[in-house]
Structure formats: structure tokens, C-alpha cells
Design a protein around this ligand. Structure first.
Ligand SMILES: [Zn+2]
Length: 314
């Protein structure tokens, strides 16, 4: 049965609808996306049949593109094309709130738009079954490479993926050297998309994966009790400067967002007078733990805004 299925999908993988132009030939995007997904499953970063657009997938797509597509191909390495159009091949559906959706925008959506329009792509369950099997995965990988890329090897791309993600995380930290902006700006570049989604990773690392209020630290598999909280709320300010972040446990994150507590410019805790705090949920006047990197400490401008707008007075 598995062999019949594998033969079926090997044949379907050969029939990907691809844009063609005289000058550039057939577009490499869809086979590269499939290879990237195979790689991410292999690396353990994709483990369920809803594949979201993540910084890791973007980085893997880029690394494979750089390895397999000639520099002068003339194609633009945009992951949004195949992510959206793999639907045409019946190989997956885009999913939003557990329902299949069709994206109807005249213009090609940016990464940020695509992520807001769908939660990810989902394979037919029989294909997901194959992708979850290491033998079938390896066969599909080899076949994609031989059919679309004349059997070229992808080499070891894990270093390239890490280098790209680390470079973007460093760029995010480097923002902390620039003037802090409290005005919303909307950027649409791929790098911005990646950096924005690396904010949690950067903040948690800066605070050593511990809550800066209570020092708690716990995680299981990919899930952690620690959140990266924005001081100026992201939905309003779109500010991913590390100086706008705090690593907080779920409890203290809740309290911070609801205005049960805030911080002074000297980084000590201010508790809202109304807070019922009998079991000492949070201690007034206690200093918080600081991030490893001094340039990334929370900026007073943001703390002042939080005290004035979020902390519950009276
Ligand atoms: Zn805490």
C-alpha cells in the first residue's frame, strides 16, 4: 500500500504546475518549497500536518534556493508564491481557523499578509502519512532533486539556516543601538518578517529563559512557561526593538498586560493599588532581573507609556 501511495505522489510531484518563461525556463519555487518542508520535517521543526510560515521555513527555503538555483536564473526567491499556489496542484490546502481558504488578492501578498490570511498549509492525510515516514521522505527528496535539479546534492544546509537566523537576530539586537521609535511603521520585507518572529527568541535568550520578575524557568519540548512580552503593545506600535521587551512567565505576563503591575524607570515593580495580592503574586518595590546585554535593557519611554496607559490606577 505504502509503495502504491509513494508511486502516486512521485508521479504528482513530477507534474507540479510551474510558471514558465522563454528566458527563465520553469520556476523552481514549488520543488524548492517541497524540499524545504521535507528538510524541516527531518529536522523535527515541522511535526504536524499544518505547516505554518515560520522564520525557519523561510531560512530553509533560502538555503536550498542558494544551493540549487543558479544565481542568474532570473527568478525571485519568494516563498509566498509556492506557499500560495501549491494549492493548484491538489497537494495542499491553505487553512484558516481549521477551514480551507482561498486567497483572493489581486496583488501577490507579502509574508505578513499571507500569515494573517492563513494559519498554514495542510497536506492530504495520505500524503502527510508518507511525509511522516523517513523512508518515503528520503525517496521523495531524492526524486525531487533528480527530476528538477539534475540530481544536484543539497549538501549540508543546516549551517546556512542557522547563520541566516542568527544574522537576523543580531540585526534585531542592533536596533537597540538606534533611536527608539514609538510610532507604528509597517515594513513588508522578508527580513522584517523574519526579525519580527525572532523577537520572542531574542528576548528569551537575553533574559536566560527566566521570568524577570519571579525567576521561574520551565519548558517541555518546544513549549515554555516564558513569554516574550512587548511593553508597548505590538498590535498598536509594531515595535520589535529588544528594549521594548521583557521575558515574563505566563502569570506575570497576564498581570503586565492587564495593568496589575508595571515598572518604574529604575526597574522596580509598581503594583496597582486595586490588585488583590494576598498570596504575594507580585512584590511592590522589588527590582526585576536585567537582560544579559546592557544595550537591550527596557527603555524608560516605553515603561512610562505602560504606567500611564496600562497600569490600573486608583
Ligand atoms: Zn513570573
Amino acid at each position: 500500500m505504502a509503495t502504491v501511495l509513494l508511486t502516486k505522489y512521485v508521479a504528482l510531484f513530477e507534474k507540479l504546475h510551474r510558471n514558465k518563461t522563454k528566458a527563465k525556463g520553469a520556476a523552481p519555487h514549488k520543488p524548492i518549497l517541497l524540499l524545504a518542508i521535507l528538510h524541516e520535517i527531518e529536522a523535527g521543526r515541522i511535526s504536524s500536518n499544518l505547516v505554518p510560515l515560520t522564520p525557519e521555513l523561510v531560512a530553509t527555503f533560502k538555503a536550498l534556493w542558494n544551493t540549487l538555483v543558479p544565481v542568474d536564473s532570473g527568478w525571485n526567491p519568494r516563498i509566498t508564491y509556492p506557499f500560495r499556489y501549491l494549492q493548484q496542484d491538489g497537494l495542499w490546502e491553505l487553512i484558516k481557523n481549521d477551514n480551507a481558504v482561498t486567497i483572493q488578492t489581486a496583488l501577490e501578498p507579502t509574508l505578513n499578509q499571507l500569515v494573517s490570511l492563513c494559519d498554514g498549509g495542510r497536506f492530504p492525510s495520505e500524503l502527510w502519512g508518507l511525509l511522516s515516514d523517513s523512508f518515503a521522505r528520503s525517496a521523495l527528496n531524492t526524486h525531487l532533486l533528480s527530476f528538477y535539479f539534475s540530481g544536484n546534492e543539497t549538501g549540508i544546509i543546516e549551517d546556512q539556516i542557522n547563520d541566516y537566523l542568527m544574522a537576523q537576530a543580531d540585526k534585531l539586537k542592533a536596533q537597540a543601538q538606534a533611536k527608539f521609535r514609538a510610532k507604528k511603521i509597517v515594513e513588508t520585507t522578508e527580513e522584517y518578517f523574519v526579525r519580527n518572529r525572532l523577537f520572542p527568541k531574542v528576548i528569551k535568550e537575553l533574559y536566560s529563559y527566566s521570568c524577570c520578575v519571579c525567576d521561574i524557568s520551565a519548558s517541555i519540548e518546544n513549549s515554555s512557561v516564558i513569554d516574550a512580552a512587548h511593553i508597548l503593545p505590538f498590535y498598536e506600535f509594531h515595535n520589535d526593538d529588544p528594549r521594548n521587551g521583557l521575558a515574563l512567565c505566563k502569570n506575570h505576563h497576564w498581570g503586565f498586560d492587564i495593568g496589575a503591575w508595571s515598572l518604574t524607570d529604575e526597574y522596580t515593580i509598581v503594583v496597582a493599588p486595586k490588585l488583590k495580592n494576598d498570596l504575594v503574586f507580585i512584590e511592590h518595590g522589588k527590582p526585576i532581573a536585567m537582560p544579559k546585554d546592557e544595550s537591550c535593557i527596557p527603555i524608560p519611554t516605553a515603561l512610562q507609556w505602560h504606567r500611564e496607559n496600562i497600569l490600573k490606577a486608583g
